[in-house]
Design a protein around this ligand. Structure first.
Ligand code: PHB
Length: 356
């Protein structure tokens, strides 16, 4: 039988019953004061446990990692206890689940941070545009540039969050280095103008990501750690003068760790055409490759059959179709996810999509 979306595989130490991954999706449905996953969040993930792997919504590693309302966290005992119920429910249904570790860097606002402090970033460059806060849409602010001496503290936060994720029963962690958040801000020269060891050359801009990755790998084991990159996504005001050179370098450097997988957003989430050779990243990376962005069953199967990808991550289709795997298997029609209920609110548009 040919290998397709329904064939089992493994990503490092994580065995998957099929090659359909639920992509990380911010849903903003955790309590404002605690960030502790609730019964509704348990149900949401449990409903989707027939995916080969679930990557959780991006989850802040510290109070400073927050940049949207109603996010769950992974840095307090109560949050660990809440997530334990999620992992237990997914495991009871035969699923696998990794937690996505997130620090937003400059994509935040004092009103979302402890003591109303400024967001932090590699450089004091204000992103263009606005963000969603508890008080509605507001302009981004100019972030405070991190001192090099503060970086070990952020690495310690990543380590602590990884320990929390393991204690909560996750099968592994995914490092969020995509979409214009803190680690991506260090990588790209549009947001990183540092003149120390963490800015300038490719080696310098990649340094913080590699330090973070090394520290997480030491705690979790490389075979339980994946990483997500978005080489050409302009989301969150990101630019780079030479993304192909940068991300070829990043992926080659990541090979030193033997990570469980590389997860790549293959384009501009806004849908604009971009010149970038993702096959080069696939070829350079010496581990499993997870492709994401605009895939459906046909394109997913084609990418696996051609050897371009090992597994495919589906986002919006899993919002509207908790049983996406079963539907793809028999070519059943799909529910259309309602964009009005993607972020915030309660059960509606979250745990009430019908299964076959
Ligand atoms: C979002 O909440 O819009 C969001 C979060 C994390 C991402 C991308 C988008 O990586």
């Amino acid at each position: 039988m040919a290998i397709d979306l329904f064939s089992p595989t493994h990503l490092g130490a994580i065995s998957l019953k099929n090659r359909m991954v639920m992509a990380p999706l911010t849903r903003s449905r955790a309590p404002k004061d605690t960030g502790v996953p609730q019964a509704m969040n348990v149900t949401y993930y449990e409903q989707r446990a027939t995916a080969g792997l679930i990557v959780t919504e991006a989850t802040p590693i510290s109070a400073m990692g927050h940049g949207y309302p109603f996010l769950p966290g992974i840095y307090t005992d109560a949050q660990v206890a809440g997530w334990k119920k999620v992992t237990a429910a997914v495991h009871a249904k035969g699923g696998k689940i990794v937690l996505q570790l997130w620090h937003v860097g400059r994509i935040s606002h004092p009103s979302l941070l402890p003591n109303n402090v400024l967001p932090v970033a590699p450089s004091a460059i204000k992103p263009a545009g606005q963000l969603y806060t508890y008080e509605g849409m507001v302009d981004f602010v100019e972030p405070r540039a991190l001192e090099a001496s503060e970086l070990p503290g952020i690495i310690a936060d990543y380590v602590h969050a990884t320990q929390c994720a393991l204690a909560a029963g996750f099968d592994g962690v995914e490092i969020h280095a995509a979409n214009g958040y803190l680690l991506d801000q260090f990588l790209r020269d549009g947001s990183n103008k540092r003149t120390d060891n963490y800015g300038g050359s490719l080696e310098n801009r990649t340094r913080f990501l590699l330090e973070v990755t090394k520290a997480i790998v030491e705690v979790a084991g490389a075979d339980k750690v994946g990483i997500r990159l978005s080489p050409v996504n302009p989301f969150n005001d990101m630019t780079d003068s030479n993304p192909q050179a940068l991300f070829n370098y990043v992926v080659s450097a990541l090979n030193q760790f033997n990570l469980a997988y590389l997860h790549v957003i293959e384009g501009d989430v806004g849908g604009k055409a971009v010149a970038f050779d993702f096959a080069e990243l696939r070829k350079l990376f010496k581990g499993a490759y997870m492709a994401n962005l605009g895939y459906d069953k046909t394109r997913g199967n084609a990418a696996i059959a051609s050897g371009h990808a090992d597994v495919i991550a589906f986002g919006v289709p899993f919002i509207g179709n908790p049983d996406l795997v079963a539907r793809y298997k028999i070519d059943a029609p799909l529910n259309v996810a309602d964009a009005n209920t993607f972020y915030g609110g309660a059960e509606q548009g979250y745990i009430d999509y019908p299964t076959l």
